[in-house]
Ligand binder design. Structure first.
Ligand code: LLP
Length: 421
């Protein structure tokens, strides 16, 4: 459920009509609903009951805006971070250090040092080589770093190939067959306290089966590790639960179904469970608001050219992702059209032959499910400044990332002395 609804013929975000934001801030602009984020955080938590003291560490990569992080920190969520930058953002937004999990396939010594200095729940290590580096860094600070190994369970997630991570040929985690040896070596590293296992097999999963297969393997591994004398106190089950994008397709499993599966599979594990949901929390809490520049005729269908482009929302061009596109003030008439941005690539296509609201130049459209992996993946390609972001909470709204103008982009470059006139 989300809070972008038609009211008196105009789509609102909570109590704020979207045209009000478009007029004040300009377009394109991302708009986030606080109520939707809070609701999703609560629904996920409720789905996990009655697990004892699970840690829900929101995957910051999905949407790292400071206002989003502050909203979720107030809800008591922790953070799953994958870079020094994400760690710093989470701390700056008020996330409790003890609720931060540091994942990521290529942590640097500097990133490890910063996280150890600031404190965290645990590092999820992806190799024995990384474990050695962390041990050295922790020792140099006189600490023992809390850690888990991320296991690659060799399970096909069944999601888009670019966002599946749990198959043996993917770059992520330790092969499950090497796990016992890695934990043995990890135990011998003086700067490490290895006390957990972690797994994450991919994103936008629309079936619970691959997750269940992966978790079952993790359960077996925990038993084998304990039999080998290791203390296993945490099991991080990652994120990955899909959200609905296309209402014509069957909805993904609900958080309640996911929670029930997790409780069944992890029965008797005797660990603190950690979860890293990203998309589930913020995906449907955001829209990208855009204005139609013009409509031009096409061979088969008209091209609706909007002022948002692939640089603002990469998902359609990168993963062939489907986002609902609707008029902010629907007139009732519909037609088939292509929706494209102004960037000079055919890949800058949001929808082809889409049955959608009829719109004309200057009308407002919005892309749904643009709260996750949207603003954060934007670039300035074609010298288009990054899209601003707005947070709504009831009747209130605020710009939570300003629109930087082209002058700021130009000012970030410099012309070397030998090219100066
Ligand atoms: N934990 C780890 C270690 C991850 O790599 C990810 C996502 C998550 C948690 C959160 O997964 P979620 O609950 O959001 O599915 N840019 C792509 C998605 C990339 C996901 C990367 N990892 C997209 O737009 O679909």
């Amino acid at each position: 459920m989300d809070h972008f609804q038609l009211r008196d013929g105009i789509v609102h975000c909570e109590n704020v009509p979207l045209p009000r934001i478009a007029e004040a801030v300009g377009t394109p602009v991302y708009v986030y609903s606080s109520a939707t984020m809070r609701r999703h955080a609560r629904v996920f938590r409720e789905a996990l009951q009655p697990l004892t003291n699970p840690l829900v560490a929101y995957a910051v990569k999905a949407n790292p805006n400071a206002a989003v992080l502050a909203t979720l920190a107030r809800e008591g969520l922790g953070a799953d971070v994958v870079s020094g930058g994400e760690y710093a953002r989470a701390r700056a937004a008020g996330t409790d250090a003890n609720k931060i999990v540091f994942s990521g396939v290529g942590k640097t010594a500097d990133e490890m040092k910063r996280a150890l200095a600031g404190g965290l729940c645990q590092f999820n290590l992806e190799s024995i080589e990384e474990a050695r580096m962390l041990s050295d860094v922790a020792r140099s600070l006189g600490q023992k770093a809390p850690a888990a190994f991320r296991i690659n369970p060799d399970v096909e997630a069944g999601s888009h190939a670019k966002i599946s991570t749990g198959a043996a040929h993917n770059k992520f985690g330790l092969p499950i067959a090497d796990a016992l040896e890695a934990y043995r070596q990890g135990r011998g590293l003086p700067g490490l306290a290895v006390r957990g296992v972690a797994v994450h097999i991919g994103s936008q999963l629309t079936s619970l089966d691959p997750l269940e297969r992966a978790f079952t393997k993790i359960g077996e591994l925990i038993r084998a590790l304990r039999a080998d004398g290791h203390t296993i106190a945490t099991a991080d089950l990652g994120g990955g639960l899909g959200v609905p994008y296309n209402p014509a397709q069957p909805p993904p499993p609900s958080p309640a179904d996911y929670g029930a599966m997790v409780r069944r599979v992890t029965e008797g594990w005797d660990v603190r469970l950690i979860f890293e949901p990203g998309r589930l929390i913020v995906g449907n809490a955001g829209v990208l608001l855009t204005r139609v520049i013009r409509v031009k005729p096409g061979l088969l269908h008209p091209f609706v050219i909007v002022d948002a482009a692939m640089n603002d929302l990469m998902r359609p061009s990168l993963y062939d992702a489907w986002h609902a596109i609707e008029a902010v003030v629907p007139a009732g008439e519909r037609r088939v059209a292509n929706v494209v941005g102004p960037v000079c690539e055919t890949g800058d296509t949001f929808a082809t032959a889409r049955h959608m609201d009829r719109v004309e130049a200057d009308d407002l459209l919005f892309f749904r499910t643009a709260g996750a992996y949207a603003a954060t993946m934007a670039s300035t390609y074609n010298s288009r400044p990054l899209t601003p972001e707005v947070l709504v909470d009831g009747d209130q709204w605020a710009v939570v990332r300003a629109r930087l103008d082209v002058e700021a982009l130009i000012a970030a470059d410099s012309i070397p002395y030998w090219l100066q006139p």
